[in-house]
Design a protein around this ligand. Sequence first.
Ligand SMILES: C[S@@+](CC[C@H](N)C(=O)[O-])C[C@H]1O[C@@H](n2cnc3c(N)ncnc32)[C@H](O)[C@@H]1O
Length: 277
Amino acid sequence: MTNIITYITHSLHDLYPLRELQSLTAIICKDLLGLDETAIYLRKDIKLSGNGQRLLEQAVDRLKRREPIQYICGTAYFYGLAFHVEPGVLIPRPETEEMVDLILKENSGGIRVLDIGTGSGCIAVSLAAHLPAGRVDAWDISGKALSVASRNAGEQGVDVHFSQVDVFGAEPGEDKYDVIVSNPPYVGEKEKETMDRNVLDWEPGLALFVPDDDPLRFYRHIARLGTGMLLPGGKLYFEINRAYGPETVELLNVLNYKNIRLIKDLVGNDRIITAIK
Ligand SMILES: C[S@@+](CC[C@H](N)C(=O)[O-])C[C@H]1O[C@@H](n2cnc3c(N)ncnc32)[C@H](O)[C@@H]1O
């Protein structure tokens, strides 16, 4: 018999605050051990199988090394769907759900969408799930990201057309889109000093960082591509670094985009920019 709550709390109390331990315990029980949540809330002693006990011990060891719980359990929730995640692929963030929500409020029907830098596929798969008459294409430079994203599309039963593309080598082709969306790398190297270890040590640098001397390089390049790849009236949606809202708006102005809006996230930071070609 193992009291899971006691075991996790005793093993990790000097590394994580109590509130975080409670939420980690709930996630381990549900996503890793497949246990009924009621038993956990009632703080019952739970009989784990030999395999369950091993999984629990391994999870605690990995948490001691500050690995994100989503990699340990292999699951992250995004826009109401469960996405497989593993090291090498960015864990989807709640701010990005806000952008997906905005896109779905402002677009419907058989539209064509391109997601640039798809990572786990969270944006592309969620949009495909809610736009059954549409067509969603998605690019990433990372083969690992694309294999995880394809798995997620398969698990959600949606069709997304994935391609391995380095956005800096891409040129407008025959495919035209109603919506181009991107949450590209946007964290400056200098911001590393203030980042949590569980992000810095575990999540892929390729998905996070941009050089300090050109933090808007992805936005400039994608916005230029958009001028050739968006249909007339087509829309661009960017998730941005909260430190560069006005600068990102300005680069869209220079490229003659219309109706440029800078939108704050739920915590009040500049987070989404949208514009019309
Ligand atoms: C911030 S992550 C976003 C992942 C996912 N869309 C999300 O919102 O969680 C940025 C993604 O861009 C990809 N990426 C980085 N450089 C790229 C490039 N030059 N061309 C295409 N994709 C790139 C990374 O592999 C990563 O998956």
